[in-house]
Structure formats: C-alpha cells, structure tokens
Design a protein around this ligand. Structure first.
Ligand SMILES: [Zn+2]
Length: 437
C-alpha cells in the first residue's frame, strides 16, 4: 500500500529580481488557470490533453511562458473543474462558476532538476539549504529553501519525492512556499490473532482488548462548542450590511484565524492520539479494529435526530471521525500494524455479558452514558461497551443468542486525560500496567 505525505518548505527571502521573475510567471499562470477552469467547467472537459490541444497555440501566442507550464496549468484546471462538477452534482457547489482560490504554481519535473534532487548548499553557519531551480521568462532562477527536521526524516526513511512540486508565493515577505509530496510503498500485514478495538466519540476515544480498556478524554466536542461560541461572538461584533448579517473584512479575517486555530488544535490532538494508539497495538502485537464509517456519516446521523440538528451537525463535522480513522490507518500502515474494519451496527445496543440484543437505554442512563442490561444487570460505560462489542471476542454476537457464560471476560478499565499523550509511549506503559493487573 502506498502512502503519501506533503511537506512544505519555506524559501529564504528572495531578491527583488528573483521574486519578480517568479511573480510574473505566477500571475500569468493564474490568469490562464482561471480562464481554463471556467472553460473546462462550461464545456465539461475532463481531459487535460484535450484542453491543451484546444488552447496550446492560442496561449503560446498570447503569453510566451516556458512551454511546460502549459502542461501543468491544463492539469491544474482540469483537476479543479472536475472537483467543482462533482460538488455541483451533489448540490454542494454554492456558486454557479468555480472560484479559483489558493493558486499554486505547478512545476513540472522537467522544470527543475529532479534528477539531481536533493541538492544542498551549506551556509556559513553550517545550515543546509535545499536548492531547486525553475524556469521563468527571464531565465532560470535558483530557489533557496529551508529544509526542516521532518523533511530530512522522510528522506532518511526512504520516502521518495514525487515529481511535480507546487509553489505558493507570499508577496508580503517576498518568499515562496514549496509543497513537496513524498511517497513510500508499505507491505500489507497479515492479521494477528489478538485484537484491539477503537470507539471514537465527541469527547473521548475508548479502546482496548479483552484484558484492558482505556478511555482518553479528548474533549473535542467541548473544543468545538468553544470555537462555535467564539465564532458567534465575532459574527455579532463584526458585521455589516443593512441587516448586519455579513461579516466585515476584519470579521472575515478573525473568522478565518479562529477557524484555522480550531482545525490545527483538533488535528494535532487526533494525530497524537492515533500515533499512541498504534504504538500500543504494535507493542502488544494486535490487529486494530476500526468501525466502518459510512460515506455520508455526518448527514445520516443528523437526519435521525432533527431536534438539535444544527448543533449536532456542527459537532460531528468538527470532531472529524473520518480524519481520525485516516490518521490511525496511515500510522498503522507505517508501523506495520494490521487494521480491520467492522460494521458497528448495534455495537452500543448489545450486552457484552449476556448477549441481550437491542437494549434501549432510558433517558437517565443515556445522560450518564451508562449501558445497563435489563436481562442480566450488567452495567458499564457505553463507550466501553462499544469497544467490547467491536472486538467481537465476546461469546455472543448480535445474531446468536445463547445462554450466558459464567466467567465471561472482565477487562481492567481506566479513564485518562488527553495531556498524557504528550509523553512518548505513555499509552503503552498504561496498557501494560493494566494487563498485569
Ligand atoms: Zn446482559
């Protein structure tokens, strides 16, 4: 299985001449990109070769960019057009025409010395600078980029740089950001006999095996609600228009800023948690069990519960279950830990002790987030119940109802705070302690 990672490198501040040479290409590229994207959407062109055939001569006459940019701009335009048409089909486009934002210059491998990559220069203070060259209308320009720890880590671990780098320019600081894509092939692992299942919720992530259960309090739901209120505050105090419904320029800026901050806090926590989880699974030589996330997960759940629809959708969207599953999967592939996906239906409505099926909690139990079995009296945190049922290790699957077994498994349980994740191998230590108990 192939994994890819994007790494961003910042350039040193560029000389005015260099920057202008790049900016000139960038501006023309942007103009062409906007034009071609519109054309591709209107005429439903889905092949970049076709688009290039149609416009190459005309563009060459009008612009005079180095030839290879016409290749990449056509690919760029077709990619954008396709995703816009896809959104439109689903009724989620929001606009009639595609809006071309966040333009990056797609370089072709011919445009920079891919074969001589990576090529470093060493500064006086011993720092290494990565140099890539690109062609502009005023000749070749050498771009000095600042490589960081992560970049070297991928290089050293045998990841390969994919051809094609994207450049984004930061006009204010006369800098360029270069986006490199690394890729690496990993072997698929055979399943091991032991399983560790994971249940993802708004405010905690629970996981465990037959021997132990750990719940990490992530409070992602609370984080989301906090930022919703920040958002509301900004909308109230920074609005314009006759009915004061539109955010002002400053308001928009603030909304973007806090939106980004929320995203990065969430992603940071999810990544850390995913990594720690995979470390535990590797240490114990287990297969990770994840639940299958239906494609339209967010819409589905909201449809079922109209009442606090908007708020719920907000929370679900923002806790980003899909993202978390992907982080776990990627880390697992990287660490060589096998993963299986199981159908989570009824995972919170089956008694893991006696197999009683479709246990509907009353309001009080729901509020306390406790599962209580009306048949055998077994009671446990709802999220732990889901973990146990996902494991499927228990004597009763939802479909097979048999008499209870006296000594069914009783794992050791622990609830921990998210800040534990800062310490390397922390969850491994905790799980090993629990197992020994
Ligand atoms: Zn029961």
């Amino acid at each position: 299985m192939k994994l890819t990672r994007t790494v961003v490198l910042e350039s040193l501040p560029l000389t005015r001449r260099k920057f202008e040479a790049i900016k000139e290409v960038y501006d023309e590229y942007s103009a062409i990109l906007e034009f071609l994207t519109d054309y591709a959407v209107e005429n439903r062109v889905k092949s970049h070769l076709k688009l290039r055939k149609l416009f190459y001569g005309k563009l060459k006459e009008e612009y005079d960019l180095p030839t290879h940019y016409y290749y990449t701009v056509c690919q760029d335009a077709v990619t954008r057009a396709k995703s816009f048409l896809e959104l439109k089909k689903k009724g989620r486009a929001g606009t009639e025409k595609p809006v071309v934002r966040k333009i990056s210059l797609w370089l072709d491998d011919v445009l920079w010395d891919y074969k001589r990559f990576p090529q470093f220069n060493t500064l006086k203070d011993g720092r290494k600078i990565l140099v890539i060259g690109l062609t502009t209308k005023r000749g070749r320009v050498k771009l000095p980029l600042k490589p960081h720890k992560l970049f070297f880590k991928y290089l050293n671990e045998g990841w390969k740089v994919k051809a094609g780098v994207k450049l984004h320019i930061v006009e204010k600081e006369r800098k360029v950001l270069a986006y490199f894509v690394f890729e690496k092939e990993f072997d698929e692992r055979e399943l091991t006999g032991n399983f560790l299942s994971v249940d993802y919720n708004a405010d905690n992530v629970s996981f465990g095996t037959g021997e132990f259960l750990i719940q990490v309090q992530t409070e992602l739901g609370r984080l989301t609600r906090f930022y919703s209120s920040v958002r509301k505050g900004i909308q109230e105090s920074h609005s314009v228009g006759w009915n004061r419904k539109l955010p002002s320029t400053r308001g928009k800026e603030l909304l973007r800023k806090f939106g980004r901050r929320k995203m990065s806090r969430r992603i940071d926590l999810q990544r850390k948690l995913a990594k720690r989880l995979v470390e535990v699974a590797k240490e114990l030589n287990t297969t990770i069990v994840l639940e299958v996330v239906p494609k339209n997960f967010n819409q589905k759940v909201t449809k079922r519960r109209r009442k606090s629809e908007k708020r719920l959708r907000d929370t679900l969207h923002n806790i980003g279950m899909n993202g978390f599953q992907r982080f776990v999967l990627e880390k697992a592939i990287e660490y060589g830990v096998p993963v299986v996906f199981v159908n989570p239906s009824y995972s919170s409505q089956v008694c893991p002790h006696c197999g009683a099926f479709k246990v509907k909690p009353d309001d009080d139990a729901l509020r306390r987030r406790v599962f209580e079995c009306p048949v055998c009296g077994f009671s446990l945190d709802r999220d732990f119940v889901a973990v146990l049922n996902l494991l499927g290790l228990f004597p009763f699957s939802p479909k097979a109802c048999e008499p209870p077994v006296e000594d069914s498994v009783s794992p050791v349980m622990l609830v921990v705070e998210a800040n534990l994740l800062h310490h390397k191998n922390s969850l491994v230590v905790v799980s090993e302690c629990l197992q020994r108990k």
